[in-house]
Design a protein around this ligand. Structure first.
Ligand code: ASP
Length: 331
């Protein structure tokens, strides 16, 4: 039989996916803010500035051309999923989006997290994962051979939200040291509060925590703050702290974490930031929120220049661009 010789389809020397930078993020799973220190944060934020400049000047580039991100969300999301997708696409990469409801993936057929990870690693260079169970993303990282970024694991952590929160504080206030930061709302279940608290412990910050008694900051975090000598106080009324704070970080009551709906009903309208409340705040403070809001900040406050939550949303994409590029060795 005659041998058929096929023409070669690809010249693999054309474009190699070689890493250009081996920062401390290179090929690392990003599971917790505990992995960050002042130095790595400063590196990431410098890269973030570059991303922001690139987007403002030209919109997109091909830094991550040739890379594919799998974006897998086992819990609802608007900003985190959309901003990771936008970040990857603005850098010229491709996305496998499993964000439109896990009911359309094999998870709804009973597939294990292990098998899902073992599959997606075959198609992608990096996986962004949100999961309702605490510790599940760390578990998934053990299954996958490609890096995993934690996009929220139940009541555990939300490291990329905390990174964009910290970036926003730094950008808006031009410093972090010396600030008084108040976190308000569901401090027990709010993973963004947990991650931001840990990240801010790298700096000289005063902490104020405002919540109903049943939703106070977890004891381990509170003890950590006290043991490290931070100025930290708890209160149950925003009105008692608002006049002295530089950053008011507002969070929603996390309805989906309650097993007893009567308990949720008892606290759901616990507070609202209104224009009246804002009259007592400093002229140069900022109001932040990881969003979604469900009644904690009145829409009228949006017109106040101190309302930073939509600027915070925009920063999220830039921070995630920097992180994706750094993990893939391109920043
Ligand atoms: N979007 C944030 C999170 O996923 C905050 C929230 O849902 O309240 O944790």
């Amino acid at each position: 039989m005659n041998q058929i010789t096929l023409p070669k389809l690809f010249n693999l020397g054309d474009r190699k996916l070689e890493p250009k930078f081996r920062s401390s993020f290179y090929m690392q799973d990003i599971l917790s803010v505990d992995q960050f220190d002042k130095e790595s944060l400063s590196y990431l934020f410098t890269r973030t500035e570059e991303m922001s400049e690139m987007v403002n000047q030209v919109g997109t580039c091909d830094l991550l051309n040739g890379y594919t991100l799998a974006c897998v969300f086992y819990e609802p999301s608007t900003r985190t999923s959309a901003s990771f997708i936008a970040a990857m696409e603005r850098l010229g990469g491709k996305v496998i989006p499993i964000t439109q409801g896990i009911q359309f993936s094999s998870v709804s057929k009973g597939e294990s997290l292990e098998d899902t990870m073992n599959t997606l690693e075959k198609y992608s260079d990096l996986i962004v994962l949100r999961h309702p169970e605490l510790g599940s993303v760390a578990q998934a990282a053990k299954y996958a051979s490609v890096p995993i970024i934690n996009a929220g694991d139940g009541v555990g952590e939300h490291p990329t939200q905390a990174l964009l929160d910290l970036y926003t504080i730094r950008k808006e206030m031009s410093r972090i040291d010396g600030l008084r930061v108040a976190m308000v709302g569901d401090l027990r279940n709010g993973r963004t509060v947990h991650s931001l608290t840990k990240l801010l412990m790298n700096y000289d910050v005063n902490f104020r925590y405002v919540s109903p008694d049943t939703l106070r900051l977890p004891l381990n975090l509170m003890n950590d703050l006290i043991n490290k000598g931070f100025d930290v106080r708890e209160d149950d009324r925003v009105e008692n702290v608002i006049k002295d704070v530089d950053v008011l970080y507002v969070t929603r009551i996390q309805k989906e974490r309650f097993t007893d709906m009567d308990q949720y009903e008892a606290v759901k309208n616990y507070f609202e930031i209104t224009t009246e409340v804002m009259k007592h705040a400093k002229p140069e403070m900022i109001v932040m929120h990881p969003l979604p809001r469900v009644g904690e900040i009145h829409y009228d406050v949006d017109k106040d220049p101190r309302a930073a939550y939509f600027r915070q949303v925009k920063n999220g994409m830039f921070v995630r661009m920097a992180l994706l590029a750094a993990v893939l060795g391109q920043a």
